[in-house]
Ligand binder design. Structure first.
Ligand SMILES: NC(=O)c1ccc[n+]([C@@H]2O[C@H](COP(=O)([O-])OP(=O)(O)OC[C@H]3O[C@@H](n4cnc5c(N)ncnc54)[C@H](O)[C@@H]3O)[C@@H](O)[C@H]2O)c1
Length: 269
């Protein structure tokens, strides 16, 4: 039997939020590491350069090829510079993983409108900005794949109204862009992760809350950033050549269960 070819061989990828806040591995870092293991060259973008450099060191320790690039993806100018950097360094662009996103727990009566704007800008506008500079480059080589990290919070109510609103908007953005750019060979899909254990949430989870998150999945197990990363590898690769405008839910079955239908005890049975 012939040796398996890396699934992303010859491709160049941008991953936004490719660093991780705090210790551990986040969704962006996991996707970047898996892309590199599958043969892609990666531009690791982070507003905090040191965080992107940590991911770079992890990739280089496995003999992968990547570069760290500092940018705030809410800036149009910096997104333009990012696309130019990818072209100058690697000569093409095939994959854009829009991973940056954050939450802010509040109802509409509690939230400061300025906080609302900044979450919408970070979670939604940033994806439009990176995409608007990436798409013309992807067109040059006949196509590409854009992956937008949404959330199951975009499909149902959550404790953060602005997070739910922004992630629902990410899904709308994904479908609209997929319709607009399909004939250019560019596929645009979203991933909706469920309660994944990453540094983004770890700092505010007690052991009890962590166990509860696990118990709200159909599988009764905890998701990791690698689960989200493998979904991104599939959507980035030619294996998903006929998949666009879709939302891939990676949540251990959280979203198929009614939160009120099962008590923790029942879920543990
Ligand atoms: N952890 C979960 O349970 C969960 C569930 C569903 C969806 N998600 C989504 O996963 C994504 C986060 O993944 P992560 O684990 O990599 O997060 P993370 O918090 O580790 O953030 C990754 C990096 O993004 C960088 N960043 C923040 N603002 C930036 C900006 N303006 N420009 C450039 N970089 C910026 C940070 O410096 C950080 O290093 C988000 O979109 C989030 O909504 C997470």
């Amino acid at each position: 039997m012939s040796e398996r070819r890396p699934r992303l061989e010859g491709k160049v990828a941008i991953v936004t939020g490719a660093g991780t806040r705090g210790d551990g591995v986040g969704n962006g870092k996991a996707a970047a590491m898996l892309f590199a293991r599958e043969g892609a060259k990666i531009v690791l973008v982070d507003v905090e350069l040191a965080r992107a450099e940590e991911t770079l060191a992890a990739i280089e320790s496995e003999s992968g090829i990547a570069s760290a690039f500092q940018a705030d993806v809410t800036s149009d100018e910096q997104c333009k510079a990012l696309a130019e950097f990818a072209m100058t360094h690697y000569g093409r662009l095939d994959i854009l993983d829009n991973n940056v996103g954050n939450s802010h727990r509040a109802t509409v009566t509690e939230i400061d409108p300025a906080d609302w704007d900044s979450i919408m800008e970070l979670n939604v506008k940033s994806m439009m900005l990176t995409s608007r500079h990436a798409i013309p480059l992807m067109k040059k080589t006949g196509g590409g794949s854009i992956i937008n990290i949404a959330s199951i919070a975009g499909l149902r109510a959550s404790k953060s109204t602005v997070y739910t609103t922004s992630k629902a908007a990410v899904i709308g953005l994904t479908k609209s862009m997929a319709g607009d750019h399909g004939r250019e060979g560019i596929r645009i899909n979203a991933i909706s992760p469920g309660p994944v254990h990453t540094p983004m949430v770890a700092w505010r989870l007690s052991d009890e809350m962590r166990a509860h998150r696990k118990n709200t999945t159909a599988l009764g197990t905890e998701g990791t950033p690698w689960d989200v990363g493998w979904a991104a590898v599939y959507l980035a690769s030619d294996e998903s050549r006929w998949v666009t405008g879709s939302v891939l839910t990676v949540d251990g079955g959280s979203s198929i269960l009614s939160r009120h239908a099962y008590t923790d005890a029942e879920m543990n049975e």
